[in-house]
Design a protein around this ligand. Sequence first.
Ligand code: FMN
Length: 407
Amino acid sequence: MLLLVASAIKTDDFDLLSRPNESLNMNRRKLLIAGSASIIILGTAGGLALHSNLKPARSPWSDANLSLEDPRLAALSFAILAPNPHNRQPWLVELRDDLGLTLYCDQARLLPETDPMNRQIVIGLGAFLELLEIAAGENGYRLQMDLFPEGEPELVLDERPVAHILFIKDETAIKDSLFVHVQERRTNRLLFDIERSVSLSHLNELASAIKGVDDHLGFTNSTEKVGQIKNLCRGGWETEVHTKRTHAESTRLTRIGEKEINANPDGISLSGPLFEGLKLAGIMNKEAMDDPASRMFQETLNFYNGLIETSMAFAWLVSPGNSRKHQIGVGRNWVRVHLAATRVGLAFHPLSQVLQEFPEMLEHYTQLHELLNIEGPSRVQGIFRLGFAKNTSPSPRWPLETRLINI
Ligand SMILES: Cc1cc2nc3c(=O)[nH]c(=O)nc-3n(C[C@H](O)[C@H](O)[C@H](O)COP(=O)(O)O)c2cc1C
């Protein structure tokens, strides 16, 4: 008999015990709930093998290829690996005849409740453009980029293009040392090692990855300040979860188990034997996740608070303004900092709730800016918990061909 005790958890991409050699043989009728804090799954040998095979959803990570004949497709195969909010992958690309392309934002992939001004979505598009440029450089191409060529959308995004981009052959194009980390980069939502502190030299490495003069990276590893930021992040998280419409937005985008994730490789994915089992037993479903009185709801809340508790350092990315071009620049620096963290072996996890623009969050947003001493028009665009942790699996991605408008 196998016994697994685990907490049910939820955020953007969880893969609990999904490696085949850790798979459980489960018997549906022997899946029980017990105790108030844990979910216990009892299984018998000879039952149903319950691991998640996410090979299709993860294949874009291994398919990224600089040798593709069209240099735009080669660079795009890396750009789609960019970090982006709720893994919405809002990029849509139109290839043009002149070795150019136009980037659009897919209007069906916005997050109207948690990201009402589409700021985080634009940051994701900025990260995409940075990876596009880094990968193009590796192939000897320089990019000429015209951002928001038909004007910057103000309150919310619209159908206008985000960027026109031209690929120009140039043997002096910059080869960026961060390129080799693009396929290894992961958002890490595990508990961090509380015995291992993060050194200032590591944090300085992250800050030195910032390009340009606009943005800067603040950071701290002081126990007192880390504690204060943890409290604010916890407040932000609890506010998001207790605000019905913002929590429901996340629930709606949750994919549970291999079948749902491979069919829709985006959003918040919950995989591995635990979630396959809970789904099979009918315990894990969107209704339960939305219901504040349910165990699922409470477990979710507690789990993320547990993650925040193990933060060993924080870094925060600040821009001097909040125009669409600032947000694109932030996205470019966001992924650079994340790649630098990957290079030095630091686990990196954004905690964005406290920065979100819905009215219930304003108090936490203001307190964070006061604590970090950031005055308008400057603002914090991203805050990241840092530490050391085991590595995690790559998050799902839609294949490149599904993101091209005109093939
Ligand atoms: C603007 C932005 C905000 C994000 N906020 C969060 C967050 O609050 N919590 C979280 O777990 N991940 C957050 N992420 C990470 C994304 O969920 C992650 O990039 C996405 O799921 C893809 O996974 P990957 O980074 O491992 O490729 C954020 C990413 C971006 C670009």
